[in-house]
Design a protein around this ligand. Structure first.
Ligand code: FBP
Length: 299
């Protein structure tokens, strides 16, 4: 079976970028090994006032340490860091954006969580999602699965018993499915969002929502449908972050024939104002995202 390196050697990626991709992907091994000793909450909050899980902090500091030592990376924007972490002496010219551990509330209940990564050329972390060189996530489920695009389609790799990522699925295309999942509290939803969810149900949609964006998106990538975390009463920006979550996942969605929107526009075209730029998110099958946008205009 084709290994991750053999796949990367067939892409136009430059050698340092291939090395960086592999370096990050294989951190899934120590991150997964750290689950057992990092089951609790750390007693600290991130910049969003969210309680940090011990594994959030462990994965964040581990990835920053490994990437900082690698010399490939000029800057890291992390969901767990208030400011961009800079490495001015790095020989490489890449910027990494990351959610080190997405789905933190599920760590203690052993459900699938993941690490979301975006890589830009040029050393600047606050770029539009459409300018990503690489988008990938490692999903820690029954298998450890890497989903990756370097701008030429989406492929998945599974970590085998020898600790190697081997090709699982090639050139994934997102079907026009019927799964839907929405974060937030129903009685705080705005009426346009409620109308959209009703529309999904009227079309025979099935609810799929676990509390882990990366795991829920992986279902949408495979079966089609939509994941939303909408604006709500008093929360016009929703919950999730443009830089660390929406952009890498949205880039993958688009590469697989899907789409991502804030309900009004393609999120990949939005210039991040700051590292902690929050945004409403609708990501999934193209036709469903189009109907979400028409509902936001008053369907
Ligand atoms: P983090 O775990 O990285 O903070 O990600 C946010 C997240 O956990 C998503 O993975 C998930 O889809 C959403 O929040 C769940 O939010 P809620 O608990 O409000 O449904």
């Amino acid at each position: 079976m084709k290994t991750l390196r053999q796949y990367l050697d067939d892409t136009p990626c430059e050698e340092p970028l291939k090395d960086l991709i592999e370096l990050i992907a294989y951190q899934s091994i120590p991150i997964r090994d750290a689950f057992i000793d990092n089951q609790t909450y750390a007693g600290t909050e991130n910049t969003y006032g969210e309680e940090q899980a011990a594994l959030d902090k462990w994965a964040d500091s581990h990835l920053i340490s490994v990437l900082g030592k690698s010399g490939f990376v000029k800057a890291i924007a992390s969901e767990e860091q208030a400011d961009i972490v800079k490495f001015p002496d790095a020989f490489g010219d890449y910027a990494v954006v990351m959610d080190p551990l997405d789905g933190s509330s599920l760590i203690q209940v052993n459900l699938a969580v993941g690490t979301i990564i975006g890589i830009f050329r040029g050393g600047e972390a606050l770029q539009k999602g459409e300018d990503l060189a690489v988008a990938m996530y490692m999903l820690y489920g029954p298998m450890t699965v890497l989903t990756i695009t370097t701008g030429n389609g989406v492929n998945t790799f599974a970590l085998n018993s020898e600790g190697l990522f081997v090709l699982l699925k090639e050139n994934i295309q997102m079907p026009e499915g019927k799964l839907f999942g929405s974060g937030g509290i129903r009685n705080e939803w705005l009426s346009a969002h409620q109308d959209f969810i009703t529309l999904c149900e009227q079309k025979g949609g099935k609810l799929r929502y676990s509390g882990s964006f990366v795991a829920d998106f992986h279902q949408i990538l495979t079966y089609g449908g939509v994941y939303c975390y909408p604006a709500a009463q008093g929360k016009p920006e929703g919950k999730l972050r443009l830089v660390f979550e929406a952009n890498p996942i949205g880039f993958i969605a688009k590469q697989a024939g899907g789409a991502i929107s804030d309900g009004k526009q393609d999120l990949l075209t939005v210039v991040p104002e700051k590292p902690d730029h929050r945004t409403p998110i609708y990501v999934g099958s193209k036709s469903i995202i189009e109907s979400a946008e028409s509902c936001m205009k008053g369907c």
